[in-house]
Ligand binder design. Structure first.
Ligand code: NOJ
Length: 542
């Protein structure tokens, strides 16, 4: 189908944590293949696979040493090709993660580049002399905090990294680099992958004049991640050349049939829409992070209404918003909302019925909470520089510095290690969350209003009702304050969605309709009135 990506649903897999088919404690590609029927039966249509490429795994694949091969612990290139085929044979799609901004510092290109100033690959990365007195070339902070420059004594120059210091940024101003990176995309597109999620795409170009970033009073980064560490990140992210690059990437993937798509990870206030291109000719989609910022149980109706109004205004048709509640970098949504399982169901209702592309992080469909893991000794390298910061203080500041917590193994059943490893005695690479005896796929399948079943039923309703996939959306007035309501209309259908974002039941009059879905047994229609239990929601068909 043309433009299938506009109405798809996406399931994100972190390969290390999904299913370990050979008992070494690490998830792998054959393990994903074994679980494809689960993903299809849930109703997801597209898989986004976090990186599976060869890597020293200091940032678990976001530090690549070979874009054309697969990390041995995950399998082989043949396994990757089999995965693509198996996905397609189930009438599903798969997009890979693509890291254009940087490589590992162990990538042969970087090893060459750092070896001498006249190495032919010197200019493939961003090298510069310091300001003198041990000072880096500019004041640019990297995204996890601290200087983005690292001194290298081999040539007495500094290289730039917008993420961690073992992830040197490529120099896209060098046409050879752009060509080489476009080749990596072509390699996988030629092998049938349906597109890419583009890692920190907004970081790719840096100011060509190397101007210092202006001062800001903010130390803790804003949710837009464009201000923090006492500076406005003006010159090392969201440079105009990156918007142009988005169009070039789109042109590349548009050469392919059937349709492919790219979804960009981009941050910044008021600028990210530019990545979609002036005529929808940039990235197909961008990740919007408003739902990932939701915390606690208070004021949820106000916040949700704000998000919906924002998306329906700024990303009105033909733009398409994305709805993600979690990913591999942020606290699990169940923990952010303080374990309120009813609210978790309501947010699933929102995610699959609002106009846009829903993206669900593995394990969020059963509500795995965040692992309570210490910063000291963390597997996640971003935690290393914050080893001294107690996790509770970090959470209080709304900082998430140890991403181990959201990457614990998938909980398949109540058996040993939650059924994560098929055989063997190796411990999983991260501890399974201790609540796995209740919170697992096998158990939740048997529970009528379990989060798993809510996700599955909504995904199926979305497949059945065209208006949910491509209909218009209007926020409805005239409902009591804790209720958020909207309609989805199109293709001769109309659905109305009502959600009670409060701990008290509400009752209000509505136009009549047929109950299509409810998040809990406490929802009812009585003589022209709708009754919604605490934190409950429903879908009516008119
Ligand atoms: C963003 C990714 O989501 C994160 O996991 C990774 O560590 C950084 N980019 C660096 O690639």
């Amino acid at each position: 189908m043309k433009d299938w990506w506009k109405e798809t649903t996406i399931y994100q897999i972190y390969p290390r944590s999904f299913y370990d088919s050979n008992g070494d404690g690490i998830g792998d590609l054959p393990g994903i293949i074994e679980k494809l029927d689960y993903i299809r039966d849930m109703g997801f249509e597209t898989i986004w696979l976090s990186p599976h490429y060869a890597s020293p795994q200091r940032d678990f694949g976001y530090d690549i040493t070979d874009y054309f091969s697969v990390a041995p612990e995950y399998g082989t290139t043949d396994d990757a090709l089999a995965l693509i085929d198996e996905v397609h044979s189930r009438d599903m799609k798969i997009v890979f993660d693509m890291i254009l901004n940087h490589t590992s510092d162990q990538h042969p290109w970087f090893l060459e580049s750092r070896s001498s100033k006249d190495n032919p690959r010197r200019d493939w990365y961003i090298w510069k002399k310091g300001k003198g007195g041990g000072k880096p070339p500019t004041n640019w902070a990297c995204l996890p905090g601290g200087s983005g420059w690292k001194y290298d004594s081999t040539t007495d120059e500094w290289f730039f990294h917008n993420f961690l210091d073992f992830q040197p940024d490529l120099n896209f101003r060098n046409p050879e680099v752009k060509q080489a990176m476009f080749e990596t995309m072509r390699y996988w597109l030629d092998r049938g992958v349906d597109g890419f999620r583009l890692d920190i795409f907004h970081s790719i170009f840096k100011d060509d004049q190397f101007r210092d970033n202006p001062f800001s009073w903010k130390y803790v980064p804003t949710s837009d991640f464009d201000e923090g560490y006492f500076q406005k990140l003006e010159y090392n992210i969201n440079r105009p050349e990156t918007f142009e690059l988005a169009r070039e990437v789109r042109a590349l993937i548009d050469e392919y049939e059937p349709d492919r798509f790219v979804v960009g990870e981009v941050f910044g206030k008021n600028v990210v829409k530019k990545y979609l291109g002036p005529n929808q000719d940039g990235l197909n989609l961008i990740l919007l992070f408003d739902l990932i910022e939701l915390q606690g149980n208070d004021k949820k109706s106000e916040e949700i209404r704000g998000i919906l109004n924002n998306y329906e205004t700024n990303y009105a048709t033909p733009y398409i918003p994305t709805y993600c509640l979690g990913n591999h970098d942020r606290r699990r949504y169940m923990s952010r909302i303080a374990g309120n399982a009813d609210l978790a169901r309501l947010l699933a209702l929102l995610q699959y019925t609002a106009r846009g592309v829903p993206i669900t992080y593995y394990g969020d469909e059963i509500g795995i909470p965040d692992g309570d893991l210490p910063h000291m000794g963390a597997k996640d390298a971003t935690a290393h520089k914050y080893w001294w910061l107690p996790p509770a203080v970090a959470r209080g500041l709304n900082l998430y510095v140890n991403r181990d917590g959201c990457r614990t193994p998938m909980q398949w059943n109540g058996e040993k290690n939650a059924g994560f490893s098929k055989e063997g005695d190796s411990e999983p690479w991260l501890p399974v969350h201790p609540d796995y005896r209740q919170c697992n796929v096998g158990f939740q399948r048997t529970q009528p209003f379990s989060l798993l079943n809510v996700h599955r039923e909504l995904l199926h309703l979305r497949k059945e009702m065209d208006c949910l996939r491509r209909g218009s959306m209007h926020l409805l007035e005239g409902v009591p304050e804790p209720v958020v309501a909207y309609s989805r209309k199109g293709q001769g259908q109309e659905l109305r969605i009502f959600m009670n974002f409060s701990p008290a039941p509400v009752r209000f009059s509505h136009s009549s309709g047929k109950l299509r879905f409810s998040t809990s047994g406490e929802t009812a229609l009585e003589d022209g009135y709708t009754k919604l239990g605490p934190w409950s929601g429903l879908v009516l068909e008119l």
